[in-house]
Design a protein around this ligand. Structure first.
Ligand code: NAP
Length: 267
Protein backbone atom coordinates (compact mmCIF):
# COMPACT_ATOMS: atom_id res chain seq x y z
CA UNK A 1 0.00 0.00 0.00
CA UNK A 2 1.21 3.51 -0.83
CA UNK A 3 2.69 5.35 2.17
CA UNK A 4 0.80 8.59 2.83
CA UNK A 5 2.64 11.11 4.97
CA UNK A 6 1.20 14.26 6.54
CA UNK A 7 2.82 16.91 8.72
CA UNK A 8 1.02 18.59 11.63
CA UNK A 9 1.92 22.06 12.90
CA UNK A 10 0.24 23.41 16.02
CA UNK A 11 0.29 26.31 18.43
CA UNK A 12 0.61 25.49 22.13
CA UNK A 13 -2.85 26.17 23.57
CA UNK A 14 -4.34 23.36 25.65
CA UNK A 15 -7.11 22.74 23.09
CA UNK A 16 -4.59 22.59 20.22
CA UNK A 17 -2.37 20.12 22.07
CA UNK A 18 -5.38 17.90 22.87
CA UNK A 19 -6.66 18.20 19.28
CA UNK A 20 -3.28 17.15 17.87
CA UNK A 21 -3.20 14.03 20.09
CA UNK A 22 -6.66 12.95 18.93
CA UNK A 23 -5.94 13.86 15.30
CA UNK A 24 -2.67 11.89 15.21
CA UNK A 25 -4.44 8.75 16.42
CA UNK A 26 -7.30 9.15 13.94
CA UNK A 27 -4.87 9.74 11.04
CA UNK A 28 -2.80 6.67 11.99
CA UNK A 29 -6.00 4.58 12.20
CA UNK A 30 -6.85 5.80 8.67
CA UNK A 31 -3.42 4.63 7.40
CA UNK A 32 -1.46 7.89 7.41
CA UNK A 33 2.09 8.36 8.70
CA UNK A 34 2.73 11.50 10.78
CA UNK A 35 6.01 13.12 9.76
CA UNK A 36 8.45 14.28 12.44
CA UNK A 37 10.11 16.69 9.99
CA UNK A 38 8.62 18.56 7.06
CA UNK A 39 10.05 16.74 4.01
CA UNK A 40 9.23 16.18 0.31
CA UNK A 41 7.37 13.02 1.35
CA UNK A 42 4.59 15.06 2.99
CA UNK A 43 1.41 15.39 0.92
CA UNK A 44 -0.49 17.68 3.28
CA UNK A 45 0.33 20.21 6.02
CA UNK A 46 -2.28 20.32 8.78
CA UNK A 47 -2.22 23.45 10.88
CA UNK A 48 -3.95 23.35 14.28
CA UNK A 49 -4.63 26.75 15.88
CA UNK A 50 -5.88 30.05 14.48
CA UNK A 51 -4.78 32.31 11.65
CA UNK A 52 -1.70 33.30 13.65
CA UNK A 53 -0.58 29.66 13.80
CA UNK A 54 -1.44 29.25 10.13
CA UNK A 55 0.81 32.18 9.19
CA UNK A 56 3.61 30.81 11.40
CA UNK A 57 3.40 27.44 9.62
CA UNK A 58 3.48 29.06 6.17
CA UNK A 59 6.64 30.99 7.09
CA UNK A 60 8.30 28.16 9.01
CA UNK A 61 8.02 25.81 6.02
CA UNK A 62 8.93 28.44 3.41
CA UNK A 63 5.55 28.88 1.65
CA UNK A 64 5.17 25.14 0.94
CA UNK A 65 3.93 23.91 -2.42
CA UNK A 66 1.72 21.19 -0.91
CA UNK A 67 -1.86 21.95 0.24
CA UNK A 68 -2.46 23.18 3.78
CA UNK A 69 -5.58 22.67 5.87
CA UNK A 70 -6.33 24.64 9.00
CA UNK A 71 -8.11 23.10 12.01
CA UNK A 72 -9.47 25.92 14.15
CA UNK A 73 -9.08 25.74 17.91
CA UNK A 74 -11.09 28.70 19.11
CA UNK A 75 -9.66 31.70 17.23
CA UNK A 76 -11.05 33.89 14.47
CA UNK A 77 -9.80 31.27 12.01
CA UNK A 78 -10.23 32.95 8.65
CA UNK A 79 -7.76 30.59 6.96
CA UNK A 80 -8.95 27.62 9.02
CA UNK A 81 -11.36 25.24 7.31
CA UNK A 82 -12.58 22.85 10.02
CA UNK A 83 -13.52 23.17 13.69
CA UNK A 84 -11.56 20.90 16.02
CA UNK A 85 -14.61 18.70 16.72
CA UNK A 86 -14.97 17.71 13.04
CA UNK A 87 -11.81 15.58 12.73
CA UNK A 88 -13.61 12.45 11.53
CA UNK A 89 -15.38 14.42 8.81
CA UNK A 90 -12.09 16.02 7.75
CA UNK A 91 -10.40 12.62 7.31
CA UNK A 92 -13.45 11.14 5.56
CA UNK A 93 -13.69 14.03 3.05
CA UNK A 94 -9.93 14.07 2.48
CA UNK A 95 -9.78 10.33 1.77
CA UNK A 96 -12.77 10.65 -0.58
CA UNK A 97 -10.99 13.57 -2.34
CA UNK A 98 -14.09 15.73 -1.76
CA UNK A 99 -12.19 18.98 -1.67
CA UNK A 100 -10.94 21.79 -3.88
CA UNK A 101 -7.77 23.85 -3.70
CA UNK A 102 -7.99 27.58 -3.07
CA UNK A 103 -4.85 29.25 -4.40
CA UNK A 104 -3.84 32.39 -2.54
CA UNK A 105 -1.42 34.90 -4.01
CA UNK A 106 1.28 36.53 -1.91
CA UNK A 107 3.26 39.77 -1.85
CA UNK A 108 7.02 40.29 -1.81
CA UNK A 109 9.21 43.20 -0.78
CA UNK A 110 12.75 43.87 -2.03
CA UNK A 111 14.46 45.95 0.63
CA UNK A 112 17.65 47.61 -0.61
CA UNK A 113 20.19 48.38 2.11
CA UNK A 114 23.62 49.97 1.54
CA UNK A 115 25.31 46.58 0.83
CA UNK A 116 22.54 44.06 0.15
CA UNK A 117 18.94 43.51 -0.93
CA UNK A 118 16.67 41.46 1.29
CA UNK A 119 13.50 39.74 0.08
CA UNK A 120 10.52 39.42 2.42
CA UNK A 121 7.33 37.50 1.59
CA UNK A 122 3.84 37.96 2.98
CA UNK A 123 0.64 35.98 2.72
CA UNK A 124 -1.38 38.73 4.42
CA UNK A 125 0.65 41.88 4.00
CA UNK A 126 3.84 43.90 4.20
CA UNK A 127 3.77 46.86 6.61
CA UNK A 128 6.28 49.72 6.69
CA UNK A 129 6.40 51.73 9.89
CA UNK A 130 8.68 54.08 11.80
CA UNK A 131 10.01 53.52 15.30
CA UNK A 132 7.43 53.82 18.13
CA UNK A 133 5.13 56.70 17.26
CA UNK A 134 7.63 58.64 15.10
CA UNK A 135 6.12 59.81 11.83
CA UNK A 136 7.56 58.24 8.72
CA UNK A 137 7.90 60.11 5.42
CA UNK A 138 7.85 58.05 2.25
CA UNK A 139 7.97 58.90 -1.41
CA UNK A 140 5.62 56.60 -3.32
CA UNK A 141 5.94 55.58 -6.96
CA UNK A 142 3.78 53.25 -9.00
CA UNK A 143 5.23 51.44 -12.02
CA UNK A 144 8.41 53.52 -11.66
CA UNK A 145 6.61 56.92 -11.70
CA UNK A 146 6.43 59.18 -8.65
CA UNK A 147 2.82 59.55 -7.41
CA UNK A 148 2.72 61.15 -3.96
CA UNK A 149 4.55 61.51 -0.69
CA UNK A 150 3.02 59.66 2.20
CA UNK A 151 3.55 60.80 5.78
CA UNK A 152 2.09 59.26 8.90
CA UNK A 153 2.47 56.04 10.87
CA UNK A 154 3.26 54.03 7.76
CA UNK A 155 1.84 52.12 4.88
CA UNK A 156 0.38 48.62 4.46
CA UNK A 157 0.33 46.56 1.27
CA UNK A 158 -2.18 43.72 1.52
CA UNK A 159 -2.87 40.70 -0.63
CA UNK A 160 -6.52 39.75 -1.23
CA UNK A 161 -6.08 37.02 1.43
CA UNK A 162 -4.79 39.63 3.88
CA UNK A 163 -7.55 42.10 3.08
CA UNK A 164 -9.64 40.76 5.98
CA UNK A 165 -6.78 41.17 8.49
CA UNK A 166 -4.88 44.37 9.48
CA UNK A 167 -5.97 45.97 6.19
CA UNK A 168 -9.62 45.72 7.22
CA UNK A 169 -8.95 47.32 10.62
CA UNK A 170 -7.39 50.28 8.78
CA UNK A 171 -10.54 50.84 6.73
CA UNK A 172 -9.27 48.95 3.67
CA UNK A 173 -11.65 46.93 1.50
CA UNK A 174 -12.35 43.22 1.66
CA UNK A 175 -11.19 41.63 -1.61
CA UNK A 176 -12.36 38.34 -3.05
CA UNK A 177 -9.13 36.25 -3.28
CA UNK A 178 -9.91 35.34 -6.89
CA UNK A 179 -8.99 38.92 -7.86
CA UNK A 180 -5.28 39.44 -8.49
CA UNK A 181 -4.32 42.77 -6.98
CA UNK A 182 -2.45 44.53 -4.19
CA UNK A 183 -4.14 46.99 -1.88
CA UNK A 184 -2.04 49.88 -0.56
CA UNK A 185 -3.46 51.49 2.59
CA UNK A 186 -1.93 54.40 4.51
CA UNK A 187 -1.71 54.08 8.30
CA UNK A 188 -2.83 57.28 10.05
CA UNK A 189 -1.94 59.52 7.07
CA UNK A 190 -1.09 63.19 7.78
CA UNK A 191 -2.82 65.80 5.69
CA UNK A 192 -1.70 69.27 6.64
CA UNK A 193 -0.22 72.28 4.88
CA UNK A 194 3.20 70.69 5.53
CA UNK A 195 2.50 67.07 4.65
CA UNK A 196 0.22 65.56 2.05
CA UNK A 197 -0.73 61.89 1.85
CA UNK A 198 -3.31 59.86 0.05
CA UNK A 199 -6.02 59.01 2.56
CA UNK A 200 -7.80 55.99 1.14
CA UNK A 201 -6.62 52.66 -0.24
CA UNK A 202 -5.12 52.34 -3.71
CA UNK A 203 -5.65 49.14 -5.71
CA UNK A 204 -2.82 48.01 -7.97
CA UNK A 205 -3.00 45.40 -10.73
CA UNK A 206 -0.68 42.43 -10.33
CA UNK A 207 1.83 43.63 -12.95
CA UNK A 208 2.56 47.03 -11.37
CA UNK A 209 5.16 47.39 -8.66
CA UNK A 210 5.09 49.89 -5.81
CA UNK A 211 8.26 51.86 -5.09
CA UNK A 212 8.83 53.31 -1.62
CA UNK A 213 11.70 55.68 -0.97
CA UNK A 214 12.21 56.68 2.66
CA UNK A 215 12.83 60.42 2.87
CA UNK A 216 15.29 62.18 5.18
CA UNK A 217 14.02 61.50 8.68
CA UNK A 218 15.16 62.46 12.17
CA UNK A 219 15.22 58.75 13.02
CA UNK A 220 16.45 56.58 10.08
CA UNK A 221 15.09 53.36 11.63
CA UNK A 222 12.38 51.63 9.64
CA UNK A 223 10.39 48.56 10.61
CA UNK A 224 9.15 46.23 7.89
CA UNK A 225 6.65 43.67 9.09
CA UNK A 226 5.58 40.70 6.95
CA UNK A 227 2.61 38.82 8.41
CA UNK A 228 3.46 40.03 11.92
CA UNK A 229 7.19 39.21 11.67
CA UNK A 230 9.06 42.41 12.46
CA UNK A 231 12.40 43.39 10.86
CA UNK A 232 14.30 46.52 11.85
CA UNK A 233 16.54 48.31 9.36
CA UNK A 234 18.70 51.43 9.32
CA UNK A 235 19.50 53.38 6.17
CA UNK A 236 17.05 51.69 3.80
CA UNK A 237 17.78 52.97 0.27
CA UNK A 238 14.48 51.86 -1.23
CA UNK A 239 11.76 49.24 -1.05
CA UNK A 240 10.02 47.68 -4.01
CA UNK A 241 6.81 45.77 -3.38
CA UNK A 242 5.39 43.36 -5.94
CA UNK A 243 2.62 40.86 -6.39
CA UNK A 244 4.40 37.50 -6.08
CA UNK A 245 4.20 34.29 -8.08
CA UNK A 246 4.61 32.35 -4.83
CA UNK A 247 1.24 30.94 -3.81
CA UNK A 248 -0.26 29.15 -0.83
CA UNK A 249 -2.71 26.33 -1.52
CA UNK A 250 -5.53 25.87 0.93
CA UNK A 251 -7.58 22.71 1.09
CA UNK A 252 -11.26 23.70 1.07
CA UNK A 253 -14.19 21.33 1.26
CA UNK A 254 -16.97 21.45 -1.26
CA UNK A 255 -19.28 23.86 0.59
CA UNK A 256 -16.55 26.50 1.10
CA UNK A 257 -17.60 29.94 -0.18
CA UNK A 258 -15.44 32.99 0.57
CA UNK A 259 -18.37 35.35 1.18
CA UNK A 260 -20.06 32.94 3.63
CA UNK A 261 -16.80 33.02 5.59
CA UNK A 262 -16.79 36.84 5.53
CA UNK A 263 -20.40 36.87 6.72
CA UNK A 264 -19.77 34.42 9.54
CA UNK A 265 -16.61 36.16 10.80
CA UNK A 266 -17.32 39.86 10.28
CA UNK A 267 -20.94 40.77 9.55
P1 NAP B 1 -2.12 37.82 15.65
O1 NAP B 1 -2.48 38.00 17.07
O2 NAP B 1 -1.55 36.52 15.19
O3 NAP B 1 -3.41 38.14 14.73
C1 NAP B 1 -4.25 39.22 15.00
C2 NAP B 1 -5.67 38.86 14.53
O4 NAP B 1 -5.71 38.84 13.09
C3 NAP B 1 -6.13 37.46 15.00
O5 NAP B 1 -7.47 37.53 15.42
C4 NAP B 1 -6.00 36.63 13.73
O6 NAP B 1 -6.89 35.50 13.70
C5 NAP B 1 -6.40 37.65 12.68
N1 NAP B 1 -5.99 37.35 11.31
C6 NAP B 1 -4.76 36.99 10.83
N2 NAP B 1 -4.81 36.83 9.50
C7 NAP B 1 -6.10 37.06 9.12
C8 NAP B 1 -6.78 37.06 7.87
N3 NAP B 1 -6.14 36.79 6.72
N4 NAP B 1 -8.08 37.40 7.85
C9 NAP B 1 -8.74 37.72 8.98
N5 NAP B 1 -8.16 37.75 10.20
C10 NAP B 1 -6.85 37.42 10.27
O7 NAP B 1 -1.19 39.05 15.25
P2 NAP B 1 0.32 39.18 14.72
O8 NAP B 1 1.13 37.95 15.03
O9 NAP B 1 0.81 40.51 15.15
O10 NAP B 1 0.17 39.29 13.12
C11 NAP B 1 -0.49 38.34 12.35
C12 NAP B 1 -1.51 39.04 11.51
O11 NAP B 1 -2.40 39.75 12.37
C13 NAP B 1 -0.92 40.10 10.59
O12 NAP B 1 -0.60 39.55 9.34
C14 NAP B 1 -1.98 41.17 10.54
O13 NAP B 1 -2.77 41.12 9.38
C15 NAP B 1 -2.88 40.90 11.72
N6 NAP B 1 -2.85 42.08 12.59
C16 NAP B 1 -3.98 42.83 12.69
C17 NAP B 1 -3.98 44.01 13.41
C18 NAP B 1 -5.22 44.83 13.47
O14 NAP B 1 -6.24 44.35 12.98
N7 NAP B 1 -5.17 46.02 14.02
C19 NAP B 1 -2.82 44.43 14.06
C20 NAP B 1 -1.68 43.65 13.94
C21 NAP B 1 -1.70 42.46 13.20
P3 NAP B 1 -6.78 34.28 14.77
O15 NAP B 1 -7.50 34.78 15.99
O16 NAP B 1 -7.48 33.13 14.12
O17 NAP B 1 -5.30 34.01 15.00
Amino acid sequence: MEKRVVKIYSNDTQLSIETVMILEQKLKDAGFTIAEEFTDECELLICVGGDGAFLEAVHMYGFPKIPIIGINTGHLGFFQEMPSDDLDLFIELYLAKKYKIQTLNTVEAFVTLPHQTIVLNGLNEIVIKGRNTHAIHLSISIGGKFIERCSGDGILVATPAGSTAYNYSLGGSIVDPRIKLLQVTPIAPMNTTSYRSFTSSILLPSDLQLGILPEEMRDPTIFIINDGIQHRYNNVRDIEIRFSDKTVKLLRFENYYFWDKVKSKFL
